[in-house]
Ligand binder design. Structure first.
Ligand code: PLP
Length: 377
């Protein structure tokens, strides 16, 4: 196995996620209990959960789960779905299947670190930075300029972690066409889809637009169930799906059987879960607007287009790294400083931090955050 660098975000979270009093940087929505989820199930699925046998399951993913996943797409059937242990396994294996030493990939920066480090461990990679001065726009001319004859993958993620950017649908369609015309795979990480502030801005799913593109998704983020560890890739290219499934023989082999049934229940109930989650965001975001309005000299804040994280600027003289370190140590409020999002490929901001607003309890966390800021003067 290739040697990969430390995953800075996960390393930071493994130190603080379960010890900080307020996890104010979570990238997943408020979760629910097993019994709450089971109340959303129809009788058949609830009985299936109780009667489940705990053997291995289908390596592509349980057929009924894949059927439910396919129902989320316009142009996909159950056969077009391959399930993974979370989005992370899907991302990791897809890059390993798609990229070899003589290939080249293009990724957007800043990024969820493995979007960059997994391809970098395999081949040459060019970063295309979202434009911080223009509301994190993606310049398609710069993507086009980054392409080489041996480019095999263009990897994007909208709504974007950590900025929440959602590009215009026309740009996404143009990007898909650009990739298709050159035989490049568009790898589209869509794990925050469904959490757009304006639902009309939800992008089409790449696998619906293109027969070659890969759409990555998971129950973790918009549905708030990362503990299920059920992710999937939808792709209408049968040969590629078969390669993905064979790669999985070396990692998880198959998903956890109970999780597959629970994920199926969650996906079938997704409309009501998403409605609840969007309502929570709509309730909590004004608290963040009000909080940042109280400290205009310290922060530059703008509510993002989608997802449940944002990437505001910190203007304090101490710098964002020290600020985040002291905030968690002294007030128990966890944020992610800019260094976690540093890229090897392009310059990335060094004065921002990730903050999350998808979990309940933001009011208390912001109160303690504000009290601490006032105390330290
Ligand atoms: C953009 C993005 N892709 C993939 C993942 C991995 O998701 P999971 O934890 O469900 O494997 C994350 C998790 O934070 C993410 O933010």
């Amino acid at each position: 196995m290739t040697r990969l660098p430390d995953f800075r975000l996960e390393t930071h979270l493994s130190r603080w996620e379960f010890t900080a009093r307020h996890h104010l940087t979570a990238s997943d929505m408020q979760t629910m209990t097993l019994s709450e989820l089971l109340t959303l199930a129809d009788d058949e699925d609830r009985e299936a959960f109780g009667a489940l046998s705990l053997g291995y399951t289908d390596t592509f993913g349980d057929p009924a789960l894949r059927e439910a996943v396919a129902g989320m797409y316009e142009n996909a059937e159950a056969d077009d779905v391959v399930c993974f242990a979370g989005a992370e396994e899907g991302l990791y294996l897809a890059m390993n299947v798609l990229l070899g030493a003589d290939d080249h990939a293009v990724v957007v920066t800043p990024n969820y670190q493995s979007a960059e480090t997994v391809p970098l461990a395999l081949c040459e990679v060019t970063g295309v930075a979202l434009d911080e001065r223009h509301d994190w726009a993606l310049d398609l001319d710069r993507v086009a300029a980054a392409l080489r004859p041996n480019t095999r993958v263009v990897s994007v993620n909208f709504p974007h972690n950590p900025t929440g950017k959602v590009i215009p649908a026309a740009d996404f369609a143009a990007l898909t066409r650009m990739c298709d015309e050159r035989g490049i795979r568009l790898f589209s990480d869509e794990v925050y889809r469904g959490l757009e502030r304006d639902p009309a801005r939800a992008l089409p799913q790449a696998a619906d637009l293109s027969e070659r593109a890969l759409s990555l998704n998971v129950t973790s983020k918009s549905l708030g169930m990362p503990g299920l560890r059920v992710g999937w890739i939808v792709c209408r290219d049968r040969e590629l799906r078969s390669r993905l499934e064979r790669a999985k023989h070396y990692t998880s082999i198959c998903n956890a059987a109970p999780s597959e049934v629970l994920a199926r229940i969650a996906i079938k109930a997704r409309r009501s879960i998403l409605e609840r989650n969007r309502a929570l965001i709509a309730e909590q975001l004004p608290l963040f607007d009000a909080f940042f309005a109280d400290f205009p000299e310290l922060f530059e804040w703008r509510a993002p287009d989608g997802g449940c994280v944002a990437f505001p600027r910190y203007r304090g003289a101490d710098g964002v790294e020290e600020f985040c370190a002291r905030l968690v140590a002294e007030a128990g409020v966890l944020l992610l400083p800019a260094s976690v999002y540093r890229s090897e490929l392009t310059a990335t901001p060094d004065d921002r931090f990730r903050i999350g607003f998808g979990r309940r309890g933001a009011e208390e966390a912001l109160r303690e955050f504000g009290d601490w800021l006032r105390r330290r003067g």
